[in-house]
Design a protein around this ligand. Sequence first.
Ligand code: ZN
Length: 165
Amino acid sequence: MKGPICNVCLNSDIMCISCKKKVESGDVKDIDITVLKTLNNISKEFKPLADVEIKKIVEGEKILVIVTKQGDGPRIIGKKGVMVKKISKLIGKPLRVVEDCSDVKEFIEKLITPIPIVGINVIYSPEGEILKVLIPRGRKIPMSKSSFGEIVNIMFSKKAIVANG
Ligand SMILES: [Zn+2]
């Protein structure tokens, strides 16, 4: 498995200098270590996980988003979502797996699937641009609106809100 922490550290309780620096700078948080170690443990039995590259882990209020390298999503989700359910149970939080992409719209699409995006408006406010993501009336995204905003902000340094349109 590849991730923000090296394999040596994933298999040990002591951290190498390079990984320690990432923790000290805040690039790697406790939750990252917990999730990566959990994945690493499971990967010993569940081989497809061993080839997965984890790009980022983002923790929202009641959700955890694991961003994988493009194409690695199915490996971590497993057949019929078995693996993702197992990981979610071990971590104690609902989980979303999203493949990495540089396009914010594409990322949001993947993040809130199966809820479709009706449109995205850009609002210009004194604090900068805000992406207003419109979803169908009466539908809800699979996470809180604040978590959604937080996740998009961490990934793209952009403000985003969701509204029914
Ligand atoms: Zn290390």
